[in-house]
Design a protein around this ligand. Structure first.
Ligand code: ASP
Ligand code: MG
Length: 481
């Protein structure tokens, strides 16, 4: 069979050949037709083993101080020395972003997303990228750092929550070709129209990493944090939680959307869209982490296939979220159009809502109560909008409650298992947890509970689904801030 010609990203590194011979028996080969000598073919390994391009993202706790930066520098340099091209994305050191926000609060009365706030916050990543580049150069391996805009992260103009509109990492490619490790500041970009610097929203460095990995056609995107991977629950609350070896991107999306902070939600969406495999692992250990598998991947390699269990486990984990608030609009006239008016206002204010419950009031005729949940950050805005329209809609009052928590049970296996909801609600009831609201999807059940009961609820559900292990999960760093 005549091998199909292919274009490789690049073939460099002369010592690659020795590796190829060494590893050929274990991996797939790629045949390249020689340009200069027609008819001559060379076998190369497919992407993923040798001369691969790896994107590594290090979160704030992994680069919290000089020692940590040096540790990460050694790790990155070792990846490079093993023959891979490496692009590194860094978050700001430790709690720098929070500290910068505190600083903003000291110099201005209202800290709202703005051009200047983005200028301030992006400084955090600029410190860590330069320090890491210096530390790597110090080991004798070439590294260069780039801001988001230098790396071609082009966004819309929404300060504080910018979305990527284009990723053009030309300078990163050039830098790799020149033999450098390229270090990119996470969480930031630039808007072409205003030429201003933007940020992607808290936790956005994951999205920077995934977007770069997709644009550079990287073989894998490794997300390094202070835990060994994705756990069945937050190890800070459930020490008996266990690490998942694999999780589908569908399940990971549900977990991230429902409060699991291990990955930025948008990074999971992005990876899924581009069929990119993520490896979530710890920068403090050499352990294999969790592989997030794009389940619709047309490009699943034999290794991927081995990673997907034949039968999905029932449950992949319990996620929780303390950042929600509940609004109850009391005494809404029970006539067609009331709900539309309430949610029309919320929509006009561009506020995302999550769960909704409407209860016909039993003691008062012809009125109803509508409750919904939203991000605490949007609470004041929603209240304002509703209070302004009180007379027009004709409701009695609005109750706002931030002392609520959301618990979500996620698992692809629950689609086909009718016993799941029973076990779930029984566990909550045995733990004395009152359920205020419920919502479900094909692979998730979520409830709103009293905030003070949330941790107990997480532990109870985790235990009820036999997710506990003997060992204690290690949390290596981070302040959890
Ligand atoms: N430093 C930013 C934050 O703390 C971005 C990130 O860590 O991903 O939100
Ligand atoms: Mg951070």
């Amino acid at each position: 069979m005549d091998p199909q010609p292919v274009t490789l990203r690049h073939i460099s590194c002369s010592n690659t050949h020795t590796h190829i011979i060494h590893m050929a028996s274990r991996t797939r080969l790629l045949w390249i037709r020689s340009r200069d000598h027609p008819g001559v073919y060379t076998a190369y390994l497919t992407r993923g083993v040798l001369m691969s391009l790896i994107v590594q993202k290090f979160g704030g706790s992994s680069v919290a101080d000089a020692e940590s930066i040096k540790r990460v520098a050694r790790r990155v340099a070792n990846t490079r020395k093993a023959g891979h091209d490496v692009v590194v994305v860094v978050s700001a050191m430790g709690d720098t972003t929070d500290e910068l926000l505190d600083l903003a609060a000291e110099v201005t009365s209202a800290v709202t997303p703005s051009r200047e706030l983005d200028m301030l916050l992006t400084a955090g990543e600029r410190i860590s990228m330069a320090a890491l580049a210096m530390a790597i150069n110090d080991i004798g391996v070439q590294a260069k750092s780039f801001t988001g805009s230098q790396a071609g992260m082009i966004t819309d103009g929404v300060h504080g929550a910018a979305r990527l509109v284009e990723v053009k990492p030309d300078r990163i490619r050039e830098s790799l070709e020149a033999g450098n490790i390229a270090i990119v500041a996470g969480f930031q970009g630039m808007n072409r129209q205003s030429r201003d610097i933007t940020t992607l929203g808290r936790g956005g460095s994951d999205t920077t990493a995934v977007a770069l990995a997709a644009a550079l056609n990287a073989d894998v995107c490794e997300i390094y944090s202070d835990v060994d991977g994705v756990f069945t629950a937050d190890p800070r609350i459930v020490p008996t939680a266990h690490k998942l070896n694999t999780v589908t991107s569908e399940e990971m999306l549900e977990m991230a959307a429902n409060g699991a902070k291990i990955l930025h939600l948008r990074s999971v969406e992005y990876a899924r869209r581009f069929n990119l495999k993520l490896h979530v692992r710890s920068s403090f250990s050499e352990l294999e982490g969790t592989i997030v598998i794009p389940e619709n991947s047309a490009e699943l390699t034999p290794t991927h296939l081995k990673e997907i269990p034949l039968e999905q486990p029932l449950i992949s984990g319990v996620a929780h979220d303390r950042g929600q608030a509940k609004i109850t609009v009391v005494g809404v006239p029970d006539v067609p159009g009331s709900a539309a008016r309430v949610f029309g206002l919320i929509n006009e204010a561009k506020i995302n809502i999550d769960m909704i419950v409407q209860n016909v009031s039993t003691d008062r005729p012809n009125v109803t109560d509508i409750s919904f949940t939203l991000d605490q950050a949007h609470g004041p805005l929603a209240l304002q909008a509703l209070e302004k329209a009180q007379a027009e809609i004709g409701f009695e009052e609005v109750i706002y409650n931030e002392a609520v928590g959301k618990l979500s049970l996620v698992g692809a296996g629950m689609k086909t298992n009718p016993g799941v909801s029973f076990t779930f609600f029984e566990a909550l009831s045995n733990a004395g947890v009152n359920v205020e609201m419920i919502s479900t999807s094909e692979i998730r059940i979520s409830v709103i509970t009293e905030l003070s009961k949330l941790d107990d609820a997480v532990r109870a559900v985790h235990t009820a689904f036999a997710l506990d292990t003997e060992g204690e999960a290690t949390v290596y760093g981070g302040t959890g801030r």
